[in-house]
Design a binder for this molecule. Sequence first.
Ligand code: GLN
Length: 192
Amino acid sequence: MKRVGVLSLQGDFAAHGAAVERAGGEPVFVRQREQLGGIDGLIIPGGESTTMLKLLHYEGLMEPLAEFGRHKPIFGTCAGAILMATKVCSPEQESLGLVDIAVERNAYGRQIDSRVTEIEPDPEFEKRTAPGKLEAVFIRAPIIRDAGKGSKVLARYKGDPVLLEAGRHLVATFHPELTGDSRVHALFLEKL
Ligand code: GLN
């Protein structure tokens, strides 16, 4: 069984653990760098990226995570996607620089900052998982403004990428761990 680390410093790591189990993996709740040696891939959950950054520094995990990502797959959702980006704005913020995307934090504004909606995934996503629309939960989500040439957009919302694969990594600006649909986690497990 694939051992999937879930970074558990802050945010909705428990929901990711349950989603990993539903997708057929074994979740490992990662709080210390020593644990990175025993996992096949890592999920960085949603939460508050600024707070997570502080905790990552406090735990001495910034460089170990960046190094892990140079060899193994990481799946970042929402705040996790922000941490994985090469460029963060609104406001500018440090990041791990693992995925060639520019993200604008809290980009949907105050009026509609959170919502649940159905999106049509790219046919490639359905081919690699199973057919059907995706329920997308957005919570103070960022928008991916620029994506590097090597990346593959697997779903869009209002024209902007919301699920993107970049080499071994995967990022989502919505929260697939909060629905009963485990296809996005299953796709990540396929990459391990
Ligand atoms: N707004 C948060 C941030 O900027 C992300 C929200 C989330 O992860 N649901 O870090």
